[in-house]
Design a protein around this ligand. Structure first.
Ligand SMILES: Cc1cc2nc3c(=O)[nH]c(=O)nc-3n(C[C@H](O)[C@H](O)[C@H](O)COP(=O)(O)O)c2cc1C
Length: 420
């Protein structure tokens, strides 16, 4: 698992584990958090301790793993559930079982984990996991819905998949890599009272990400180095802030777990991307065009036969056509009130990039244009970091320091939501 952002460095995270078989994956999460520089403490319920070894959690977190008996240890100078709740800057409940969910939402504090959830005033990332039948019970769904009333709680609903009970259906815990991303997001965005931002709640966001791939023949393509990371992180950041997100993406180079919870449409060519963006545009409150669409393609699409090497130069010289400008098209077809954010991958001096970005924003007409240099080490295409200049409708530019792409995603969403 990758550990790319500084958002977890030195942060105090409490991982609370309840009795779902998905607890066998929690050590991976703990390990990833520790590798990213976080200080981690683990708490297990008695059922969780049957399913995952507290010794493993202690080793991976470099600290003892707390259990119910510890709450009544006369050597503890303060009530342990209060001390742990106050120590944590963030709590992750992974997995969240149906029983622990019920205790939490009914305000019952029996057991160390349940009582620390009640004592906690910081953000909580909750990753539910259970058998499909349990998850579909009205009582469980009611309890899950109740959690949405608490602005500190970031809910990660179970994903669909093959479950340990041999059923295929909803119930699989969110991937530890997505839980890690949600934790980073919560730490980046929490207010001083522990609330998370829900300013995108009720809005649909359409995001494009990654490169397009234009076939020349069965062997050769025209494409670019975009990894899709910036767009996918904007999509997840919007989702963590309450939006329903549609993502249209080319081939990606990032953890596939980052796609969980999004409505995804995978494409290859610009033509396919164009078709899906136009289909999905009408219902979106905002469109973020972060994809790196190829500039040229072969007229009529890829040939069935592989072009002989000797003919390739002529093929490329005579049969290429420009790819339609998707950002400009989206601006032309956008419904009233829709907000549009575009990206410009540019190279050159700071002044050159800003001038090019201003011209590009004016030509495209979008509400915001994020110009990011792609000729500097450690930022831009494929990198974990990004920065540059944000150009607004009045032509003004705002410098954006180089930062982790998830932090930038949130900053761009702050700006975009201000446009409504
Ligand atoms: C092998 C096994 C797997 C279980 N998996 C789940 C599960 O995925 N989700 C769940 O809510 N309960 C599951 N349970 C049931 C819970 O462990 C049980 O409801 C327990 O009371 C949960 O208590 P806790 O929330 O205090 O950990 C499982 C039980 C067993 C024996």
């Amino acid at each position: 698992m990758k550990t790319e952002s500084g958002a977890l460095q030195g942060r105090r995270i409490l991982v609370a584990v309840s009795g779902s078989i998905a607890a066998v994956k929690t050590p991976l999460l703990v390990s990833a958090l520790v590798k990213a520089g976080a200080q981690v403490r683990c708490v297990v319920t008695p059922s969780a301790a049957q399913l995952v070894s507290p010794v493993a959690l202690a080793s991976l977190s470099r600290h003892r793993c707390y259990q119910d008996d510890d709450q009544w240890d006369p050597r503890e100078p303060r009530p342990l559930h209060v001390a742990l709740a106050e120590w944590a800057e963030l709590v992750i409940v992974a997995p969240l079982s149906a029983s622990t969910l019920a205790r939490w939402t009914q305000g019952m504090g029996d057991g160390l984990l349940a009582s620390l959830l009640l004592a906690c005033e910081r953000p909580v990332v909750a990753a539910a996991a259970m058998n499909t039948g349990m998850w579909s019970q009205p009582a469980v769904r009611r309890n899950w819905a109740l959690l949405a009333d608490d602005p500190r709680v970031l809910r990660l609903a179970p994903e669909s998949g093959l479950l340990a009970c041999d059923r295929i259906g909803d119930g699989r815990m969110a991937d530890p890599e997505l839980i890690r991303l949600a934790a980073e997001s919560a730490l980046l965005t929490q207010a001083s009272n522990g609330s998370l931002p829900w300013d995108w709640q009720g809005r649909t966001v359409l995001v494009s990400a990654g490169p397009t791939v234009e076939g020349i023949d069965p062997a050769r393509v025209l494409s670019n180095r975009s990894s899709g990371r910036m767009g996918v992180l904007i999509a997840q950041a919007a989702r963590f802030r309450g939006a329903s997100v549609h993502l249209v993406h080319g081939p990606l180079q990032l953890p596939l777990a980052w796609l969980e919870g999004l409505h995804c449409q995978a494409i290859e060519s610009a033509e396919q991307m164009q078709e899906h963006l136009h289909r999905l545009q009408a219902n979106a409150a905002a469109v973020v065009m972060a994809a790196a669409v190829a500039d040229w393609r072969r007229q009529g699409g890829a040939s069935v036969q592989k072009a002989p090497k000797a003919d390739l130069q002529r093929t490329l010289a005579e049969q290429l056509e420009p790819v339609p400008d998707l950002l400009k098209e989206l601006q032309a077809t956008k419904p009233d009130g829709q907000r549009l954010l575009g990206f410009a991958a540019l190279s050159g001096s700071d002044d050159e990039i800003q001038a090019l970005a201003r011209d590009k924003r004016a030509a495209k007409g979008c509400d915001l244009l994020m110009a990011n240099p792609i000729d500097r080490n450690g930022q831009g295409f494929g990198a974990a970091m990004n920065g540059g200049w944000l150009v607004k409708t009045d032509g003004s530019t705002e410098g954006v320091p180089v930062m982790d792409k998830l932090a930038l995603a949130h900053r761009l969403l702050d700006q975009l939501v201000d446009c409504f």
